[in-house]
Design a protein around this ligand. Structure first.
Ligand code: AP5
Ligand code: MG
Ligand code: ZN
Length: 210
């Protein structure tokens, strides 16, 4: 099962992708998570990616495409994968196609811009394991502390209000065209992302099959 997640920043791609990965036993590959791990480790890739991410811009294809294509060649992807945050442009979609990755589903988690802002402002991420929470919709048991590993929860650097606006603009300009692209390929499925997390997940399972 080869799946990609589409949707605006904060639509719930990561939240749903983790749940899908667990249920179907396929790896969850998030380019945003890979970049953030590199930033944390202080790698050259992390240093370069951070310049763009902090401005709400896309990281250039030269730093992104090979990384994903190589990752998909690893053995754990043999039975499928769930890609979250890639492809994000038509050129990235073409690169995936040229790498002979035939996708089964492109799931668009549809959430209007008005709802996005409060989701981002309330998101908290664990500095240790990367688990994601929301102060209102998915609160940790103890405020500011990760349920999974006990480390501190922080606001992501690019979740500041002005950066969120920029990310939304970049999404509409560069990523939204993928919706029509995958509609034409015939694999687009849209779910209403304004529902609660479990209902969004149930809608996705209906599409993928139990
Ligand atoms: P990335 O990490 O991919 O960020 P994004 O696309 O902006 O999306 P987010 O991770 O912010 O949101 P999400 O949809 O995963 O939502 P989440 O589940 O967390 O990319 C970051 C940056 O990296 C980019 O800006 C770019 O610079 C770079 N980058 C990454 N990939 C790239 C690529 N391919 N090419 C170039 N550059 C790239 O949910 C959000 C919040 O809402 C959470 O708090 C969650 O708990 C809550 N929530 C989730 N679902 C629900 C629900 N149903 N109801 C209520 N609350 C909910
Ligand atoms: Mg995410
Ligand atoms: Zn944690």
């Amino acid at each position: 099962m080869k799946i990609i997640m589409l949707g605006a920043p904060g639509a719930g791609k990561g939240t749903q992708a983790k749940m899908i990965a667990n249920k179907y036993g396929i790896p969850h590959i998030s380019t945003g998570d890979i970049f953030r791990a590199n930033i944390k480790e202080g790698t050259e890739l992390g240093r370069k990616a951070k310049e763009y991410m902090d401005q709400g811009l896309l990281v250039p294809d030269e730093l992104t495409v090979d990384l994903v294509v190589d990752r998909l060649q690893k053995e754990d992807c043999a039975n499928g994968f769930i890609l979250d945050g890639f492809p994000r442009t038509i050129s990235q979609a073409e690169a995936l196609k040229n790498a002979n990755q035939t996708l089964d589903f492109a799931i668009d988690v549809d959430v209007p811009d008005e709802s996005i802002v409060s989701r981002m402002a309330g998101r908290r991420a664990c500095v240790g394991c990367g688990a994601t929470y929301h102060i209102k919709y998915n609160a940790p048991k103890t405020e500011g502390v990760c349920d999974v590993c006990g480390k501190e929860l922080i606001l992501r650097d690019d979740d500041k209000a002005e950066t969120v606006q920029k990310r939304l603009k970049v999404y509409h300009d560069q990523t939204q065209p993928l919706i029509d692209y995958y509609k034409e390929v015939g694999i687009l499925r849209t779910v209403d992302g304004t529902q609660n997390m479990d209902d969004v997940f149930a809608a996705i399972v209906t599409i993928l099959g139990a």
